[in-house]
Design a protein around this ligand. Sequence first.
Ligand SMILES: [Mg+2]
Length: 125
Amino acid sequence: MRALVIDDSKTIRLILSKILKGLGYTVSEASNGQEALDRLECDGPADLALVDWNMPVMNGLEFVRAARADDANAGMCLMMVTTEVEQEQMVRALVAGANEYVTKPFTPEVIVEKLRFLGLAGEAQ
Ligand SMILES: [Mg+2]
């Protein structure tokens, strides 16, 4: 299973990568949406992407739209992990094609629980 962690915070990327590696994922990281698209282009589709909203160059919502516009990513689960807590923002992300929505601050347990619900928590833990 391959996962992409997209966040402009190196600390957040580190925390999320660690959680996903613990679940058996091979993890790539990107610091904005454009970098993530480049990575997908280069490495092929991922099974899962954890997507921050507020990032420079290309934000998370733009990334979700761009990723969903490409059939190659049809099987990729997109989970927003963001400080945007407005219901309206959540709806925008889901309409754009996000599968799940987690607000920061998060605990590792919440991330794992959401992934388990999506059938993406693997065999570990
Ligand atoms: Mg950010």
